[in-house]
Design a protein around this ligand. Structure first.
Ligand code: DSN
Length: 411
């Protein structure tokens, strides 16, 4: 990055500092991952210079022969990866993708079922402060208090009572597999459109480690940068009859010019995800999460729903006498990044909730195995119960540095 160093040494140094933080820190934020250098090179390319409003072969600007090829490749590879009938690869991120779907298929005020935020849902799944909850009539379903799981018969009861126009299945903080087929049966019973937001688990689905909603659902959105390990961005997949409405909803409905450098990087990430080693990665992500959750439970931590089927877990830190924020802060001190999280039926406030959410996609990408994940759980425990003892925390920082040296990030 010699040009950047010459032009803007301040930003250059900040990027170096962040690279160092990533290299010697343990990344457990469930929505984060490390892209390949190839994906980053596609992102940092001349494709950022182009305007290409419109779609392949139908642009509102000249000079898009190459961009058309790039976007078509991203489309073809995404279709191969997920087996979808149609895909729009232009969404800039997850919320705009979801917004475009609502715009395309709903009228303001239409009723939608979505999982409640503090039960594992997402802001754009109908939270009252979000555009989704402001513009549309979201009715929120919940997890069960005892099991921490979604009870599909309760979802059916809500659907029969509310008769929504759309049923949305998806989450940001739910560690169990969703029963896509059952969601579809319930939606068919009430004549609702089915939408899945697989942002968190797209990489696990692409890697054939868990089931896909694509065969059943009308529309499936996903970000591309979480378990899928691509650039920041999103795609919308759908059945053929919805294609025209979805494309119009995204452009011109929601967005202007696509980010062609990002779309190229999406194509590269899809290519990487089509390779056999990605399936090994996807299975290892789950094995690592289960190893970490198992060790935390052995150490006396309560995990919501009692474990995990995917890459994430929500840990009730009050089971160890600290809040989610206190845990996040002490872990940050030793170089472990996590995100505080509400737990279902939380009595604490969202800025200082009861839980932290942990995920294993990023550590798996850098080569951590189950034994490393058990060690990370032990480090978390020793930090949490240290009561801020500086000697203990310094020793833990050393242990983390050694683990990171064992698994270099961009070796
Ligand atoms: N903010 C993301 C997450 O952390 O889950 C979802 O958009």
């Amino acid at each position: 990055m010699s040009s950047l160093l010459n032009t803007d040494p301040t930003i250059f140094k900040l990027i170096e500092k962040e690279a160092e933080r990533q290299e010697f820190g343990i990344e457990l934020i469930a929505s984060e991952n490390y892209t390949s250098k190839a994906v980053m090179e596609a992102m940092g390319s001349v494709l950022t210079n182009k305007y290409s409003e419109g779609y392949v072969g139908k642009r509102y600007y000249g000079g898009n022969e190459v961009i058309d090829e790039v976007e078509q490749l991203a489309i073809d590879r995404c279709k191969e990866l997920f087996g979808c009938e149609h895909v729009n690869v232009q969404p800039l991120s997850g919320s705009p993708a979801n917004a475009a779907v609502y715009l395309a298929l709903l009228q303001p005020g239409d009723k939608v079922l979505g999982l409640k935020l503090d039960h594992g849902g997402h802001l754009s799944h109908g939270h009252p402060v979000n555009f989704s909850g402001i513009l549309y009539n979201f009715v929120q379903y919940e997890v069960e208090k005892e099991s921490g799981r979604i009870d599909m018969e309760k979802v059916r009861e809500v659907a029969l009572r509310e008769k929504p126009k759309m049923i949305l299945a998806g989450f940001s903080a739910y560690s169990r597999n969703l029963d896509w087929k059952r969601f579809k049966e319930i939606a068919d019973e009430v004549g609702a459109i089915t939408m899945a937001d697989i942002s968190h688990v797209a990489g696990l689905i692409a890697g054939k480690a868990i089931d896909s909603p694509v065969p059943y659902f009308d529309v499936v959105t996903t970000t591309t940068h979480k378990t899928l390990r691509g650039p920041r961005g999103a795609v919308i997949m759908c059945k053929a009859p919805f294609a025209k409405a979805i494309d119009r909803g995204l452009f011109p409905g929601m967005q202007g010019g696509p980010h062609d450098h990002i779309n190229a990087a999406k194509a590269t990430a899809f290519l990487e995800a089509l390779r056999p080693d990605f399936q090994v990665y996807a299975k290892n992500v789950i094995k690592n999460a289960q190893a970490m959750a198992g060790e935390l439970m052995r150490l006396g931590y309560k995990i919501i729903s009692g474990g995990t089927d995917n890459h994430l877990m929500v840990v009730d830190m009050t089971s160890k006498g600290v809040s989610g924020k206190e845990a996040e802060v002490v872990l940050e001190k030793i170089g472990i990044s996590t995100s505080r999280s509400t737990i279902p039926f939380d009595t604490r406030k969202p800025m200082d909730p009861s839980g932290v959410r942990l995920g294993t996609a990023a550590i798996t990408t850098r080569g951590f195995d189950e034994a490393d994940s058990v060690q990370v759980a032990s480090i978390i425990d020793r930090a949490v119960v240290s009561k801020g003892d500086e000697t203990v925390l310094a020793a833990l920082r050393e242990e983390i540095t050694a683990l990171c040296r064992k698994h270099p990030l961009y070796a």
